[in-house]
Write a protein that binds this ligand. Structure first.
Ligand code: N2P
Length: 361
């Protein structure tokens, strides 16, 4: 009798929202989750969440390779996750522990799995493209009707970049999202592994370099929204967040985003568990929570990226679902490529080309 009572009490405590149920340390991209998601999870589970952010796969990769990061859940892009899996820094994902895995978009997940050559690495959180965001008025003022607002040339042609330098041009500090697209701009396959083409892409970027305001991956959202920069290579959702912030501020800046006609990369950011994670049960609880249709839709409605979650679509703002820059049409999808996972030799070339570009040497 006493024992039953005790067990009932434990049960009540365990399901109570205020019951502290350990910790969970998350490391995710900046500007990549709705404002209330973490607070709601904490309130529901009592789990004490630490939430840190990064804006670069390279930064995440360095932390993961060093080990003992203390993180239980991280969100690498699939090609980086694949490399991390090869070196043993990420655990197998046990999908039987995620009831809401049924909500996943199996086609999108299959594309990511194919890129990684791995079925157990993790779940697509969001996916998107790399493209160009621009301030309509400022570009028209400087380039007139001939502004190539369908091409990488808006920024990668030094003649255009020079004319836009005064209103601010920026490029992501993300070699694996930028170099393949410069290669596509050169009319070559963006999914190449030919080192020579990466050198050629570096040469194009070095010519544009003098006209750039900066090379940075998270500064452009606010700067674009405030009119402090006028053209930038950005990730899809970040560009739309900038557009939404400008609209909200009613500051008169109209921001557009396009997928260049020469093609661009389609990437997948994956929820993954580091091999040395300490709070694995809580990581699974969080993944399951993130996979709920209402939670996933709330995140998309805030960050403007396409979801890996199909069940969420019923709750996603119809404007987002119908937006060709976020959920590209079948026609546009023909221009999208998925990059292969680079081996160590190509990775060295990529890093060398990139550091020459960023340091301006
Ligand atoms: C979120 C950027 C995530 C996209 N701000 C990079 N894959």
């Amino acid at each position: 009798m006493k024992k039953t009572l005790l067990l009932t009490m434990i049960g009540v405590l365990a399901s109570g929202a205020a019951y502290a149920d350990g910790k969970l340390n998350i490391y995710n991209w900046s500007d990549y989750i709705a404002e209330d998601t973490i607070a709601n999870f904490k309130a529901e589970t009592g789990i004490d969440v630490t939430y840190d952010v990064y804006d670069s796969n390279e930064v995440l990769e360095a932390k993961m390779s060093a080990g003992s990061s203390g993180y239980d859940l991280v969100v690498p892009t699939a090609d980086f996750l694949a490399r991390g899996r090869q070196s043993g820094v990420y655990a197998d994902m046990d999908y039987s522990r995620i009831a809401n895995v049924k909500n996943q978009n199996s086609q999108v997940q299959a594309l990511a799995n194919k890129q990684m050559q791995d079925e157990k690495a993790g779940l697509v959180y969001m996916w998107g493209t790399t493209g160009i965001a621009y301030n309509e008025k400022k570009i028209a003022e400087r380039l007139g009707e001939k502004a190539p607002t369908d091409s990488w040339g808006l920024i990668l042609d030094p003649a255009n970049a020079a004319k836009l330098a005064d209103c601010g041009v920026a490029i992501l500090d993300a070699p694996t999202d930028v170099l393949p697209n410069v290669i596509a701009y050169l009319g070559q396959p963006g999914d190449t592994t030919d080192a020579k083409l990466f050198e050629d892409a570096g040469a194009v970027l070095n010519k544009v370099r003098p006209h750039l305001r900066y090379i940075h991956s998270s500064q452009s959202i606010n700067d674009m929204a405030n009119g402090d920069i006028c053209a930038a290579i950005m990730w899809s959702g970040d560009a739309f967040q900038a557009a939404a912030r400008a609209e909200e501020a009613k500051n008169g800046h109209v921001i557009n985003y396009y997928i260049p006609s020469e093609g661009t990369n389609m990437w997948f950011d994956m929820m993954a568990i580091p091999a040395d994670a300490k709070n694995v049960d809580n990581a699974y609880r969080f993944i399951d929570y993130m996979m709920r249709a209402d939670v996933a839709a709330n995140n998309v409605n805030y960050v403007w990226y396409a979801s890996g979650n199909e069940a969420a679509e019923a709750k996603i703002d119809p404007e987002i679902l119908a937006h060709p820059g976020i959920y590209p049409s079948t026609e546009t999808r023909k221009n999208l490529f998925v990059t292969p996972v680079y081996d160590a030799a190509l990775d060295r070339v990529v890093n060398r080309v990139w550091s020459r570009f960023t340091s301006g040497s």
